[in-house]
Design a protein around this ligand. Sequence first.
Ligand SMILES: *Cc1c(COP(=O)(O)O)cnc(C)c1O
Length: 430
Amino acid sequence: MSVKVRKNIKMSVLNNYTDDFLQAAKEAHTYRSMRHICTPEASHVEIAGPAQTRDVLLLASNSYLDLCNEPELKQTAAEAVLKWGTGSGGARLTTGNKTPHEELEKTLANFKGEEAAITFGTGYMANVGTVSALCSKQVHRDGSISECIVFSDELNHASIIDGIRLSKAKCYVYKHNDMVDLQHAIDEARTILTKEQLATTRYLIVTDAVFSMDGDLANLPELQKIAKANNCLLMIDEAHSTGVLGKTGRGLAEHFNDKGIPCDHADVTLGTLSKSIGCEGGFVVGKQNLIDFLRNKARSFIFSTAMSPAMAQAAANNLKFIEQHPERVQQLQENVKFFCDALVKAGAVPTSSRLAENQESAIVPIVIGDEAAALRASAALQEKGILIPAIRYPTVAKGQARLRASLMASHSREDLEKAAKAIADVLKGN
Ligand SMILES: *Cc1c(COP(=O)(O)O)cnc(C)c1O
């Protein structure tokens, strides 16, 4: 066979696979394509179109505090580029570690009230690197082997799931936020271990702090009790709670403490710089020895170039801005309450919706169910000048498609009232 013929056979096998995959996605209404936005992230943006751009109210951003495009912060970020250049030039462990990285990690540890912090290129990399480092099999200096068993909430973010898979650790998936099922899984895991394994096995409970597609909160006080009673490490992913929950935006523990429910920090707290902080990168905070361990073990930290020093500087500046402006966090929280009330008043609560009237995170899901219906609702809203994406399988379970609104501190009351009414109209078929 000539090289050319062989190459053609190879291509046709590949095309068969890719085309089949894409066709199946189209038939299931789960095919993905990108929206092109031609203005910076803010509460109002323009969507590029074939003929003209279109102004929309954005209820879809992770930039909860609207810091991506904050004039004073853009200015200091620009100065950081002028001082530090465009790239870091190396991994953190070679030449990449510059003064802004050191400052950012100090600022993060201080903001979160922890001993130390480590940053990664993205939140995704932080989860993959941290979970796989914590949960992989360990051969100790004395030759003994310890393994880890993971207990993971069924709605955890994909990056946590990928970290668990990479670790090859045994994983029990417990029912969403169901503490009885979690305890049950722990008991079950232990019954099948030998005496020797019981003595050496490590355990990790891992959960989103705010669930990214439902917007509900992990039960941190109860998780801490269970972790303590069963000798498990507890890890929470604060991607959607940092800068969002608690009077000063410190996250889930502050949220419970504000309510008079005493609550410590988790053993491992992960977050992202890309959401409320308005930059990019991921981080973990905790005890100094945890951070030292991750610097030595997390492969997504070791084998990847450091974020640009200018980005590290921008993230530290934005974090300090949040520290100095708790009223921005409180404005976001007021907007969430106002919007949920407005939805209820407008009658925009379909029977299948799990919309909580006392929603506390900035993510407000309006569950529709059918994938095609959710897509139609999102398209109809865009026609009315409001961008709220439809979230479908595989991001959420099949038949659980939804509109997923997310709020910003800078949305006005008029914006939110208009959006609530438009959602109600679309759900009623107007
Ligand atoms: C967005 C998100 C991440 C990933 O963070 P990036 O910085 O966007 O890579 C991780 N966990 C959760 C829960 C998230 O929502």
